[in-house]
Design a protein around this ligand. Structure first.
Ligand SMILES: [Cu+2]
Length: 157
């Protein structure tokens, strides 16, 4: 009788182990198949950040191609807050093509690599929605004296 009870508990112990192992495998399988791909996909971004209250306008003003002209990107320095005015549109109001190029490569984990691809022709725009805090110095590739700075911070409550 004693032997039987030991066998039974030993059997139960074995089942517990098997249950644990199976459970763990299912857990790891789920983690690899569903959790990891979800994590490496684009992050979920708050609706207020994707569609902020205001659009920030920066103009590349006429005469920007002249090194002697002080103003080019106007305004030159912008302080933005996520969810308020983090959607930026650069408009080329000059008669010469310009670029918006970060001094050092900058990537937003939602919007991707920052900077115009190629030139922004006269009358054309380049826009970018920043979804994270960044501090970016940028310039125009053909006219390196054209410089600007963007500081994006999280909203302060
Ligand atoms: Cu330029």
């Amino acid at each position: 009788m004693k032997l039987l009870s030991q066998t039974t508990s030993g059997h139960a112990y074995g089942i517990t182990i098997i249950t644990l192992v199976v459970g763990l495998s299912v857990g790891i399988g789920y983690y690899q198949m569903f959790y990891l791909p979800e994590q490496s996909a684009k992050p979920a971004v708050d609706e207020h950040i994707l569609h902020p209250t205001f659009v920030t306008d920066i103009k590349m003003i006429p005469g920007s191609a002249l090194e002697t002209q002080q103003d080019n990107f106007v305004p030159k320095l912008v302080n933005l807050q996520l969810g308020v005015d983090n959607h930026v549109i650069w408009t080329n109001t000059d008669e010469v093509a310009h670029t918006v190029t970060p001094d050092t490569s900058t990537e937003d984990s939602f919007s991707g690599i920052f900077g115009s691809t190629g030139v922004i022709l006269p009358g054309k725009t380049y826009e970018f929605v920043f979804t994270e805090d960044h501090e970016i110095d940028y310039h125009c590739t053909p006219h390196p004296w054209m410089t600007g700075k963007i500081i994006i911070t999280k909203q302060r409550f």
